[in-house]
Design a protein around this ligand. Structure first.
Ligand code: SF4
Ligand code: SF4
Length: 470
């Protein structure tokens, strides 16, 4: 042994993906257009409400409310977030079990933003060979101009991304003006700057390294794979033949000639490698870097079309098919299990949102003193009642108490309460009970708030009436 420590650090090799046309590329452009359209336009969309802001989607941290079109989410609805996270997790398990890393290849923010950054790079610097040449050439005016312009445009996209994220948390038109004139609060600048710099670094510099080294999903997604999961793969048998792949020559232009020479259909043009955003060669088999974007499928299909040969040398397949099975089995216990849980969780969330009470009632018993004995012998308990109108309309509520026969509810002048849209109120309530109604035990009671002149259902809240032992 030489005793020398091998170098464990490998410098990143720049990847310059070549452009490609095809059905999967078109699908990716379409998804990107929808995702960008939604992300950048939603904060500008106005929405009419009787009360509250006129922004369709607004995360109002100060007012502690999230506005999502007609839905208003309060802090007490936080379990919806848990539901959403659960749905997200099971959706990912289901999709990954069924179709591998399609989320990575088509929907992930990292993929979408990297796609745009590569598009900008190509627009300014040209196609792959021109970009490679530019990287290798010494610094001169052309290189400074082209790289400078690329980075400037990347920064513009990153700034717009950061800015858009920030304006989801305030009134978009006002916040943009405040940000531009230096009048926005510090967190607005900090958030914009943070998102801008992470976008610039992740999509401009780190790119495929985020997917390969940083993303936890890339690490654990393999446990969701099985022999029937869809993967992008190279048809080794067809591509290599008996004697391997071979470039096109005078004697091996047709499938018949190649077959006679024991050569496969892969003409070793390298197009599938050149378009790969992670820089791998799909012909080496399934690799952790593969994000299932299928651009190599488009590339190889383009070559096969040019040759007039059958498509599918690179395509979606499964381990089972690769091993000689006839087709992938989609209906598997694991996938059915994920799907069932997913549908149940989605159903539960939709049910919970649609059944949301339009107003809240919270009751807490005053414990100091726990009870008061009045001069006429009656026992009095006091309560703090909180009511919260979650609707965009005015509401009139009346109150009553159940499960305590003979109870007299005294809410002072608030026997009937008028609540403005989205108004919260805190009220004091007293319950008196005459001595002949005592049975020496504390009782569970229920406060009921009943809306007047509407079809809304009453809402109750449990509490306790304390009766001292004799
Ligand atoms: S190997 Fe193909 S599917 Fe995988 S990342 Fe590269 S281009 Fe996309
Ligand atoms: S694009 Fe197709 S033919 Fe060309 S190298 Fe890749 S697999 Fe072979």
């Amino acid at each position: 042994m030489s005793g020398e420590t091998p170098d464990l650090y490998q410098k990143r090799q720049s990847i310059f993906p070549r452009s490609v046309k095809g059905r999967f590329r078109n699908l990716k452009w379409a998804i990107l257009a929808v995702a960008y359209g939604m992300y950048f336009l939603l904060p500008w969309m106005r929405w009419e409400r009787e009360a509250g802001p006129d922004q369709a989607v607004l995360f109002d941290l100060v007012g502690r409310k999230f506005y999502l079109f007609d839905l208003v989410v309060y802090p007490q609805d936080i379990f919806w977030l848990a539901g959403l996270l659960m749905i997200g997790a099971y959706l990912m398990f289901f999709v990954t079990g069924l179709a591998g890393r399609v989320f990575c290849g088509y929907f992930c923010f990292q993929t979408l933003w990297t796609d745009v950054f590569v598009f900008v790079e190509r627009l300014v610097q040209g196609e792959r060979p021109a970009r490679i040449r530019l990287e290798k050439q010494p610094w001169n005016a052309e290189k400074i101009f082209k790289l400078g312009l690329t980075h400037l445009l990347w920064l513009v996209v990153a700034l717009l991304t950061g800015l858009t994220f920030t304006i989801y948390w305030g009134n978009a038109p006002e916040l943009v003006v405040d940000l531009a004139t230096g009048n926005a609060p510090f967190p607005a600048y900090a958030t914009t700057l943070f998102l801008m710099s992470t976008t610039y670094v992740m999509a401009g510099w780190a790119r495929e390294q985020v997917c390969t080294y940083m993303c936890p999903y890339a690490r654990f997604q393999s446990v969701m794979f099985d022999r029937d999961t869809l993967i992008v793969s190279y048809d080794q048998k067809r591509g290599e033949g008996e004697n391997g792949r071979a470039k096109l020559g005078k004697e091996n232009k047709t499938p018949e000639e190649r077959s006679a020479l024991g050569q496969g259909d892969c003409i070793d043009c390298g197009y599938c490698v050149q378009v790969c955003p992670t820089g791998i060669d799909i012909r080496n088999g399934l690799q952790i870097q593969c994000i299932s974007c299928a651009l190599c499928v488009d590339a190889c299909d383009t070559i096969m079309d040019k040759m007039g040969w059958q498509r599918g040398l690179v395509g979606y397949s499964s381990q089972r098919v690769e091993e000689g099975g006839d087709k992938a089995h989609f209906l598997r216990p694991k996938v059915i299990g994920y799907f069932t849980i997913l549908i149940a969780a989605m159903g539960l969330l939709v049910w919970s949102v649609t059944q949301q009470a339009p107003f809240d009632v919270g009751v807490s018993q005053v414990r100091q003193p726990l009870f008061v004995k009045l001069s006429d012998g009656r026992i009095q308990n006091s309560y703090e009642v909180k009511v919260n109108n979650k609707t965009g309309k005015s509401l009139t509520l009346t109150f009553s108490v159940e499960d305590l026969p003979g109870a007299e509810l005294d809410m002072g002048k608030f026997q009937t309460v008028e609540l403005r849209p989205e108004q919260r109120l805190r009220l004091m309530a007293r319950i008196n009970l005459a001595p002949e109604k005592f049975d020496g035990k504390s009782r569970h009671i229920e406060f009921i708030a009943t809306p007047k002149n509407t079809t809304l259902q009453p809402v109750g809240h449990e509490s306790v009436f304390y009766i001292p032992g004799r």
